[in-house]
Unconditional design. Structure first.
Ligand code: HEC
Ligand code: HEC
Ligand code: HEC
Ligand code: HEC
Ligand code: HEC
Length: 260
């Protein structure tokens, strides 16, 4: 008896099974592909904002904790952008005549969001991923991933820019080998991984020349973690941290982790 299916048909059948298996993912992604390129632009370029807000002044020089303004970053998927009241706790008393703060005062008086001179409202969003990508801040912070790994040296920026292109390949580099990226401050075993994320900035405030900091810490604080090559020892430590922090590496590469 001849073959029921020729070899070619067989491989087509196999292929359709594979495609079938990833159909839900492909369906979510369908139609979004064309607009994709716009998400991958403007790295390192400061974006215009209605008010020239400086992280360098506020987060580094004044030492205000990120969570004071990005209140939900460790609790939810969304980091949160501060409302006018947050600015006015200080700016109703200091720099009250600054023309740069006019949009903030106007917003406070009217109860409307901060506006551009053109009348358009809101801050210009620097970072985003396409809507078919699921992202969650809280789990990354809980596992000790520093803001700067993904956003560059924000605490050093006068006008905020985008630190990374959030391509799938980029996300997967860490999701495949998180041991290369996990940071721990061995001098502060009392701190949880989450607290270590924020304590890094305090260390820089206390030692601006960063003489007492490790190479990894300097790489994180200067936004050059991307190019940092961990030593064998650090990779071994990273592997231990994966176990300690209960990071499920296999699951991290699953399509459903980011496309659900
Ligand atoms: C005093 C308030 C304040 C503090 C403190 C602060 N930020 Fe911000 N942050 C803002 C405001 C306002 C914006 C929106 C304007 C802009 O992009 O600069 C912003 C924007 C950002 C963005 C870009 C958001 C986007 O549009 O995609 C990132 C990333 C960020 N902050 C990270 C941090 C980190 C990390 C820290 C701590 C080191 C921090 N911020 C501390 C007020 C603050
Ligand atoms: C904890 C207090 C505090 C908070 C909260 C705060 N600021 Fe400030 N801000 C300051 C101080 C102090 C300065 C002066 C810094 C300097 O010049 O060294 C300043 C300076 C500024 C300036 C520069 C003004 C000028 O004329 O040079 C801008 C713009 C500004 N802040 C915007 C904001 C915005 C927008 C927010 C809310 C997202 C905010 N600030 C929240 C304390 C604060
Ligand atoms: C693992 C990477 C990663 C880490 C770590 C990270 N972020 Fe983000 N952040 C992102 C991505 C991706 C977006 C765009 C999210 C979107 O489009 O939904 C973003 C967006 C933001 C925004 C814009 C508002 C929002 O939530 O979309 C702010 C503000 C922000 N991040 C602040 C922070 C701060 C503060 C920290 C540290 C406490 C931090 N991020 C840590 C990847 C990261
Ligand atoms: C530097 C390392 C690193 C980078 C970069 C990174 N992640 Fe993660 N991600 C992690 C770790 C660690 C976890 C926690 C895994 C665990 O606890 O099992 C995680 C978890 C997640 C989860 C699971 C959340 C949940 O609730 O189950 C999602 C979704 C995710 N990351 C999306 C992204 C996306 C999208 C990007 C790129 C924009 C990204 N990550 C970049 C390290 C990273
Ligand atoms: C760690 C998070 C993460 C995981 C896991 C992940 N993706 Fe993605 N994916 C992204 C991000 C972020 C983008 C948008 C940026 C881009 O296009 O590179 C994306 C975009 C895509 C796109 C749009 C086309 C493109 O490349 O621009 C397709 C198709 C896709 N993913 C398929 C998959 C499949 C299939 C899997 C499982 C094998 C998968 N993804 C796993 C984060 C992830």
């Amino acid at each position: 008896m001849g073959q029921l299916f020729n070899p070619k048909a067989n491989s087509i059948a196999k292929l359709s099974l594979i495609i079938g298996g990833s159909l839900p993912v492909l369906a979510i992604l369908g139609g979004h592909l064309i607009s994709n390129s716009s998400y991958n632009t403007k790295v390192d370029v400061p974006l215009d904002q209605p008010v020239p807000f400086s992280h360098r002044h506020h987060a580094w020089e004044l030492g205000i904790d990120c969570r004071y303004c990005h209140t939900s970053v460790e609790k939810s998927g969304f980091a949160g952008i501060p409302d006018t009241e947050t600015c006015m706790t200080c700016h109703s008393q200091i720099w009250t005549n600054s023309p740069l703060l006019e949009p903030v005062r106007k917003s406070y008086e009217t109860g409307l969001p901060i506006k551009w001179a053109s009348g358009e409202s809101g801050w210009n969003l620097v970072n985003n991923v396409p809507e078919f990508v699921y992202f969650d801040h809280s789990i990354h912070i809980a596992k000790g991933i520093s803001c700067n790994t993904c956003h560059g040296d924000v605490q050093n920026m006068h006008i905020t820019w985008k630190g990374q292109n959030f391509t799938m390949k980029w996300c997967l580099q860490c999701h495949t080998e998180p041991e290369k990226y996990l940071y721990v401050d061995k001098t502060r075993p009392d701190l949880t991984p989450r607290e270590q994320v924020f304590n890094l900035y305090v260390k820089q405030q206390e030692d601006p020349k960063m003489k007492s900091l490790s190479k990894r810490e300097i790489a994180l604080l200067t936004g050059t973690n991307e190019r940092y090559r961990p030593s064998k020892e650090e990779i071994e430590d990273g592997k231990k941290l994966i176990t300690e922090r209960n990071i499920k590496v296999k699951q991290l590469q699953d399509c459903w982790t980011c496309h659900r």
